[in-house]
Design a protein around this ligand. Sequence first.
Ligand code: COA
Ligand code: AMP
Length: 630
Amino acid sequence: MSYADVYQSWKNDPEAYWMAQADAIDWVTPPSKALFAENAPLYEWFKDAQVNTCWNAVDRHVEAGRGDRTAIIYDSPVTETVRHISYGELKEQVASLAGALTAKGVTTGDRVIIYMPMVPEALVAMLACARIGAIHSVVFGGFASNELAVRIDDATPKAIIAGSCGIEPGRIVEYKPLLDGAIELAHHKPEFTVIFQRDQAVAPLKAGFDFDWAALQKDAAPVDCVPVSGDHPAYILYTSGTTGAPKGVVRPTAGHLVALNWTMKNIYDVDPGDVFWAASDVGWVVGHSYICYAPLVAGNTTVVFEGKPVGTPDAGTFWRVIQDHNVKSFFTAPTAFRAVKRVDPDGEFIKKYDLSGLNTIYLAGERADPDTIEWMQDKLGKPVLDHWWQTETGYTIAGNPWGIEKMPVKIGSPTVAMPGYDVQILDEGGNEMPAGELGAIAIKLPLPPGTLPTLWNAEERFLKSYLNTFPGYYETGDAGMIDEDGYLYIMARTDDVINVAGHRLSTGGMEEVLAGHPDVAECAVIGVADALKGQLPMGFLCLSNGVNRPHEEIVAEVIQRVRDQIGPVAAFKLALVVDRLPKTRSGKILRATMAAIADGRDYKMPATIDDPAILDELTEALTAVGYPQG
Ligand code: COA
Ligand code: AMP
């Protein structure tokens, strides 16, 4: 069948389409129907089924006699380790950790925060939670204590599972002091922690509160999978929104299994047993879906890579991993390839490795710039497929359905809407716009299985953030257009979210940190274009009257504040002191105009601007520090 046929068959009868896909999942009790629309515009899928995620990701492969197949390849250039874990071994590890958690009172519906580096035990922890119906919430290791504390207070976990440290090039990041600091800051206190000790930094444990992973696992009786209902939250994953308070995206169990399993063949074109590698981090949605769950549910081998695209040890790392492990489909963010291209523009490292087993490369997480795609196509001679999705959806909204039909690649477009997604471009009044016109990208409700049914403990915020602006549609927060051939183009965010090295960050959150500095009266943070990371945050500070300390000192302090309170991942290193900020007459800061000036893009003078002269002052201040660049 062609893509058009498949898409049309979904459109003709979405429920029948998804019920057919659900056959690939092992149910304890199969769903009686696909869609539950009683609470529209809140929708749920496969709600009355009973199922277990871990069974589908691990046990069923062992039961089917494939226990010897490799489930996880751990490749860690930063510790010079390569380890293969079979499905059978994975089952043993997961069942015993799940047993340990159960023995300590963790049960279905309890939340467990996971704060781990890129080691296979991060997946073991996720799957152990899934095995007993506990709801995990993984927090990225590059976040500081304060961000972890915010998530502890929102998710109110019974337990926290953490690694003793992460390894960044040139430094060991000790997680335990960050974790202790977060628990200290949080109002909610977990009952206990489980610490996975690494030789690089063994953490001191508080007796009766911190438990050693290895000891717990050794003494635990393994437990079986606990069935949960189809709408049970598999996990909560926090993501950035407009304000500093992150949004807890809820992932529903049954839809997650059905949809992710569907993607492995239809989008990533891999079959059971093939090696699939997503070079991301378990702290992000790409890590949840494509390092952990989807490849395992589909019976693939997944690669857990602990390293960077460059410097661990060199710009050939990706190619070595692809060669050594016979990776068939490879997925990462464009920024990673920009990093490689910068160090190895002629692709000398590529020539050193045998990449004949690699079929296709997938990009997502940020806009894929044409230069990078063309460089990759040229140097690798393989298809490079952009695809667009979000934490909220958990998998592709628009992509090139390589396992269905290899559609022509148009550089600059992530290709076409996947079955399940009726993507529309809307004007401000919510009217559907014709091909070729720019507008807000929205998806007609209901969203397909596996996408967020709500935000954790925040239904009002869910409605306000996604459903209220355009009744009957989900608002993606992205703007763009669809061309005559149905190809989608993603142009910009419509909110204050920025994308730094493929990491989604809130400028509002950074502004809250800057505003907390005693000398700062007012501030704004915008995303400025960056050749490596796509965007970088830049802060503008207006100082309180009477402050006459050197500006460099204040700038250094706010940079440190963001690092301490949000974390190094914010990559906040640019800030300047200005007299005034451009605003509308009603006092709204004109951040989009500021970003256009910093990037040297054309902009329309906002009709509501209070004092246009401030834009000249801003241009001057930016020119003085070298913006716009190049
Ligand atoms: N734990 C602790 N610190 C971390 C961290 C982690 N898990 N991940 C990143 N950091 C730190 C980095 O060490 C860096 O600190 P520094 O300011 O002291 O140098 C800072 O956070 C910024 O990190 P990052 O933005 O990743 O920049 P980088 O210079 O270390 O690496 C890239 C740049 C492009 C190589 C890197 O971002 C990358 O590999 N990106 C791949 C894309 C990706 O994984 N995207 C996820 C969505 S698909
Ligand atoms: P995240 O939730 O971290 O996956 O970030 C999702 C956001 O990243 C989207 O809303 C887009 O703004 C951006 N994004 C993700 N993939 C792409 C892509 N292929 N092209 C352009 N932007 C993308």
